[in-house]
Design a protein around this ligand. Structure first.
Ligand code: CUA
Length: 326
């Protein structure tokens, strides 16, 4: 509808104008319509104001007197009452249509395909049927609507991936559901859209829409338990695994296939396969993984990842261990 040059995707601006699903389309069209309508109303009011100031200026008739005021002009009064009511009526109907299109019904007894749980400040992502748990890195098959259940573990968060669909609050104690779909493959970014504390800005989610076959193999890989550690028991990864269990890492993080099953922090079974760390704060590289453990309070102030004040050597070992979790 609106395709101005500055809204083209190459400028990376305004993802709402580049919807990738039917649901997002409905929202985008309504937004564009309201934007244009607002511009027309704005131009009309400013234009009328300028015209009236010029037309009824003092001394226009040469007498130097103020123009005679107009009282009780029923035609103008009916007009300026009817036009806004008409506009509100049109917006009301269009909004109802967009709401239906962006939030299609889901059968009450249908199990969700994906569960997303908002935490301060990261996203827990579960694929219940496959037994997969991951974080901040959501994958969906192209062209297949996924029913997503939204929950919160602490405060109110809000799930929003603008190119894929509506935004929806995640309220503690409640389960909300939305359809998530992508009509073409790609990576779509989203973020928490409800202020939820210090690191609200670094609560980002990344959605990868890929072919159903690629999605299936990703899911199968994520469903596997952590690979068994081969090699000598004094190798870096083995020492790292011992430290991971001995220190307090295991109080928060699970690694499926080991005895570590805590669910306070992100599941780390395949952490090395994820593109980012700390909900989009860092690109997932060995150096950043090390930095994140060495100074979490500098990288994401206020986050619940504690600084364990590990020695350089311990950091090396734990990083070596985490890198085996692909
Ligand atoms: Cu979570 Cu803002």
């Amino acid at each position: 509808m609106i395709r101005a040059w500055f809204l083209q995707p190459r400028f990376g601006l305004m993802p709402i104008f580049h919807p990738i699903s039917q649901q997002a389309h409905a929202i985008s069209e309504l937004f564009a319509f309201v934007l244009v309508l607002s511009a027309v109303v704005f131009a009309g009011i400013v234009g009328a104001l300028i015209y009236i100031m010029w037309r009824f200026r003092r001394g226009r008739d040469g007498s130097g007197a103020e123009p005679r005021p107009v009282f009780g002009h029923s035609r103008i009064e009916i007009l300026w009452t009817a036009i806004p009511i008409g506009i509100v009526g049109v917006l009301f109907v269009l909004t109802l249509v967009a709401m239906r299109a962006s939030d299609p019904d889901a059968p009450a007894d249908r199990a969700p395909d994906i569960t997303v749980v908002g935490h301060q400040w990261w996203w827990e992502i579960r694929y219940p049927a496959a037994g997969v748990v991951t974080a901040n890195d959501l994958h969906i098959p192209v062209g297949r609507k996924q029913l997503v259940e939204l929950q919160s573990a602490d405060v109110i968060h809000d799930f929003w991936v603008p190119r894929l669909g509506r935004k929806l609050d995640m309220v503690p104690g409640r389960h909300a559901r939305l359809w998530l779909a992508a009509d073409s493959a790609g990576t779509y970014f989203g973020a928490c859209a409800e202020y939820c504390g210090n690191e609200h800005a670094w609560m980002q989610i990344r959605v990868t829409a890929e072919s159903p076959a690629t999605f299936a193999s990703w899911l199968a890989a994520q469903a596997r338990p952590a690979p068994a550690l081969g090699g000598p028991s004094d190798s870096g990864p083995a020492l790292g695994a011992q430290l991971f269990s001995r220190l307090t890492c295991v109080n928060c993080h699970a690694v499926r296939g080991t005895s570590d099953t805590a669910t306070v922090g992100p599941d780390l079974t395949h952490v090395a396969s994820r593109p980012s760390l700390a909900a989009g704060r860092l690109v997932n590289t060995p150096e950043n993984l090390r930095r994140w453990m060495a100074e979490p309070d500098l990288i994401k102030p206020g986050s619940y990842m504690p600084n364990l004040h590990l020695s350089d050597q311990d950091l090396d070992h734990i990083v070596a261990y985490l890198l085996t979790l692909r």
